[in-house]
Design a protein around this ligand. Structure first.
Ligand code: TYD
Ligand code: MG
Length: 459
């Protein structure tokens, strides 16, 4: 028998090579090549059995002949925030990957949804991390006592798949893919080879039995799901659970979804009794806002289908260093640098020799062009020490010439601002097309340039 070939696989991008390198030739990351075995290729099988090629011409259909009257079956998870990110519930037969840092609440979320899902469906919860006693204790604390929930503590992926095939649960939960292993592979659990092969095996089981499967995946230090490329191709839906450890808020984000939009977010709060849904994230993000501090401004951004209001804070101070420090949390650093350049060139405000710190309150990431104007306004407010009234809300994209450009979904943003009691909304005038300002009680101010926006906000 031929000796199995050793190859090296990049844990970041999945690149395969026969020679070890300190740096991955494909993605350029250092120290990511791990020893592994090649994916089972069909070429050897092909050469021996060329006579047995299947004829698939029967399976080829014209697009109009395909019957889609039967929509995909969706099950509600009992958490509307999760349902929305999934595109309206858990799709029967789909494979969902839930990623996130350790301790963020992935196991908690999955155990909690078992209560509602367990009312009508049998669930097999496979944990490779905790004993069934530990899970039971947690379930007790979370008030999960569905009689349809079955637990097993196991790490052998083949055994898990055969148990699923035998017991035929209606939903399977795998916590986590990094602890699963196939014993015939020499590499350690959590390595790219193991993750890839286990995912493939689980996918085949899930698809052949039409069982929806929720798989937990831990993220590595750079925030990507370990063995990212290899898994993301395989699953139907990639959800990412994020949040700051010291804040109770958690945001569930759709990264890939074959059954819905990927821009949706779900907001949760980690409490003593597990995760609670936050139906009104704007109220939560704006609570405790200072009313008379400079450098603060409220932005209205769209996350998926929902408008969300978030507070942007900037602090511009004299630098103690030769090269000033600049940081941006929750906003793109490069975008902030561009906005500073626009303020310098077009308005003549100079940030040279000044430190600039920017933060979006609540751990939210606002990388939407509409956040440009509030960010620029917060920077200007801090630089000049003028306070933006807490009743003002803004949004709009800023061009390099200092002009304001229109953004989408203006009506939705204005309605949300009005609902939360803001009295003045400053926005690009070009966004006002088709908007009847008399319908709103909030004062709507359309502006053409940043200069106009600043004078509208600060007088
Ligand atoms: P967990 O779901 O175990 O995280 P993961 O599976 O993503 O690694 O969450 C563990 C954290 O959540 C832990 O730090 C404690 C906290 N927690 C609560 O605050 N309240 C609760 O009711 C539960 C179950 C956990
Ligand atoms: Mg866990």
């Amino acid at each position: 028998m031929a000796k199995p070939k050793t190859i090296y696989i990049c844990s970041q991008c999945g690149y395969e090579t026969t020679k070890w390198n300190g740096r991955c030739p494909d993605c350029g990351e250092w120290n990511t090549l791990e020893e592994g075995v090649p994916a089972v290729s069909s070429s050897s099988a092909r050469s021996t059995s060329s006579a047995a090629v299947r004829d698939i011409s029967e399976n080829i259909f014209e697009i109009n002949d395909i019957d889609v009257t039967q929509r995909e079956i969706r099950w509600t998870t009992g958490m509307s925030e999760l349902d929305r990110v999934l595109g309206g519930g858990l799709v029967k037969g789909s494979l969902v990957l839930l990623g996130g840092e350790p301790g963020i609440g992935k196991s908690t979320l999955l155990l909690q949804i078992c209560q509602t899902l367990g009312e009508d469906h049998t669930i097999l919860y496979v944990s490779g991390e905790e004993s069934i006693r530990q899970i039971k204790l947690r379930a007790k604390r979370l008030g999960v006592d569905s009689g349809n929930l079955y637990l097993v503590s196991e790490t052998d992926c083949e055994a898990v798949c055969s148990a699923i095939a035998k017991e035929k649960p209606e939903i399977a939960i795998i916590d986590s893919i990094q602890t699963m292993n196939i014993s015939s592979l020499t590499s350690a659990s959590g390595s790219v080879t193991q993750v890839r092969e286990c995912s493939n095996l689980l996918m085949k089981t899930a698809k052949s039995l039409e069982i929806p499967m929720l798989i937990v995946g831990h993220v590595n230090k750079d925030g990507a799901i370990a063995g990212p490329k290899v898994m993301e191709h395989i699953v139907d839906c990639v959800l990412y659970f994020e949040g700051q450890k010291n804040l109770p808020y958690r945001i569930l984000r759709g990264i890939k979804n074959r059954f819905g939009s990927t821009n949706e977010i779900g907001v949760f709060e980690m409490c003593g009794e597990g995760l609670q849904q936050v139906a009104n994230p704007s109220e939560m993000l704006l609570s405790g806002r200072p009313s008379d501090a400079s450098g603060c401004c409220v932005a209205c951004i769209i996350e998926g289908s929902r408008p969300i209001l978030a507070e942007v804070q900037a602090l511009v101070t004299k630098s103690a260093f030769n090269v000033p420090r600049r940081t941006a949390t929750g906003f793109d650093y490069n975008r902030m640098s561009i906005l500073i350049a626009v303020l310098e060139k077009r308005l003549g405000f100079f940030f040279g020799g000044l430190d600039v710190y920017m933060n979006v309150v609540g751990g939210l990431d606002i990388n939407e062009p509409a956040a440009d104007l509030p960010v620029a306004l917060a920077l200007y407010s801090s630089l000049t020490d003028k306070v933006v009234s807490p009743d003002i809300i803004t949004f709009g994209e800023i061009g390099l010439a200092g002009e304001l450009r229109s953004v989408q979904r203006t009506a939705q943003r204005i309605s949300e601002a009005q609902r939360l009691g803001f009295t003045k909304c400053i926005l690009p005038v070009s966004s006002l097309k088709g908007i009847d300002s008399s319908k709103y009680s909030i004062q709507i101010v359309g502006v053409k340039t940043i200069r106009e926006a600043f004078s509208a906000a600060l007088g």
